[in-house]
Structure formats: structure tokens, C-alpha cells
Write a protein that binds this ligand. Structure first.
Ligand SMILES: [Zn+2]
Length: 225
């Protein structure tokens, strides 16, 4: 309910969480763990702020049952719903045509009518992530949702040209993000990989806006007022 004293200027200055309170946010990642790594703190914050958050995983390339269980646990920790587009067994995104991936994502948008969509970035280096990003672009014709890209996700850092233009303070949800990342045990502990770099990275991004921890996003489309 809009408060009588609320001005249009005031509404545009609402914090991100209250901007989407009572609305649906859809986050789309190519694989299990991409959303936790790329934007998990923001998703937890949106959920705590009253948004319904749907995590959409495009495909599970292998170890289907193990990775599905990890994905369910990750979504549960963040307080989000989970959907898998290529469900029923191990699949690769390249198993289907791009037009079919667009149709699946169109269906997601039509069913959920999101107020915001978050997905991979065009600066990503993983082809599956780029396929998902490119397939998300045409879904913008189906509604006027805000559209953001999160930082390229990886298990080992590599140089990339991603320059966030907006930041979300995730100081309250960084622990939930880290917990959700470690739910993907087969990807980290199971391969001897450290997850602490994600906390360190969020700390560096937090310095950009003067808070302990942040996640940077690129704005593809956003209605300011
Ligand atoms: Zn991935």
C-alpha cells in the first residue's frame, strides 16, 4: 500500500529490498551454484525484504542427483524457490537450440511475471553462461521488468572485464551467501577448492560503497521512477 506521504522521488530512492517487496524476482543461472556465487547475498536480502524469489537453473551437466540436492539446499538456505529448466537428468545447455532455450525462458517470464530478472553478464567467459545471457535478452519484450547482470561466476578467478554500475549491500546476508555456496560441496570441498575468495570479493565490492560486504551488478534495464 502506498503511503500518502510517499512522493514519486521518494519511491525511486527506495532500497532495493523494499522496491521488490510483495513482488516476484527471477534469478537465472546456467548451472547449480552460479546464483549462489554471483548474486546469493542479494537474493537472500530480497527474500528477507518480502520478495518472492525464484532461482532458475538452466541445466545440470552431470552428477544430477547430487547436484540437484545441493541446489535445493542452496535455495533453501537463501529462502528461495528453485526451478530447473532442463529437468529429469544430466543435460547440457548446448543439447537444445537457442530458440528452444528462449522458449523455456519466455515460459518462465510468462508464469512468474517478475518485477526483476537477474542473470549472467555479457562479460562472462563461460559459453554456457553467455548462452543463458543471450537467451534472456529477448525475454525483455514480454514485460517491463528491471534487468540486471551479476558478476561472472567461476570456481577459480580469471581476468574479466565486468564493471558494476550498481551495488547491493549484502552485509546482513553474506553469511547466508557463504553457507549457500558451501552447500555445493561437490564443486568446492570435493575438488579441494576454497570458497573464502567469495567473501573476500564481496568485501572488496563493499568498499566501493562504504559497507562491509556488497555485490555489484550491471544494469541492463531499470525503471528509475
Ligand atoms: Zn556455471
Amino acid at each position: 500500500m502506498k503511503r500518502a506521504s510517499e512522493t514519486e522521488v521518494g519511491r525511486s530512492m527506495q532500497p532495493l529490498a523494499s522496491r521488490y517487496a510483495g513482488r516476484t524476482v527471477v534469478a537465472i543461472g546456467a548451472h547449480p551454484d552460479d546464483l549462489e556465487i554471483g548474486i546469493g547475498g542479494t537474493l537472500a536480502k530480497l527474500q528477507l525484504g518480502g520478495a518472492r524469489v525464484v532461482m532458475v537453473v538452466a541445466s545440470v551437466p552431470k552428477d544430477f542427483e547430487v547436484r540437484m540436492a545441493e541446489a535445493r539446499r542452496g535455495a533453501q538456505i537463501l529462502g528461495c524457490e528453485l526451478e530447473v529448466l532442463l529437468d529429469g537428468g544430466p543435460r547440457r545447455i548446448e543439447d537444445i537450440k537457442t530458440c528452444e532455450l528462449v522458449e523455456l525462458l519466455d515460459d518462465v517470464i510468462r508464469r512468474h511475471e517478475p518485477a526483476a530478472v537477474l542473470t549472467h553478464s555479457k562479460a562472462d567467459f563461460h559459453n554456457d553462461h553467455l548462452l543463458v545471457y543471450n537467451a534472456c535478452l529477448p525475454t525483455q519484450r514480454l514485460g517491463h521488468f528491471d534487468f540486471f547482470s551479476y558478476h561472472p561466476t567461476n570456481c577459480r578467478p580469471v581476468p574479466i572485464a565486468f564493471h558494476p554500475r550498481a551495488y547491493v549491500d549484502v552485509s546482513e546476508t553474506i553469511d547466508a551467501k557463504m553457507h549457500a555456496i558451501t552447500a555445493h560441496a561437490s564443486q568446492f570441498g570435493g575438488r579441494g577448492l576454497d570458497t573464502e575468495m567469495y567473501r573476500e570479493f564481496a568485501h572488496v565490492q563493499g568498499r566501493m560503497i562504504g559497507v562491509p560486504y556488497a555485490e555489484g551488478v550491471d544494469v541492463v534495464r531499470m525503471l528509475l521512477a
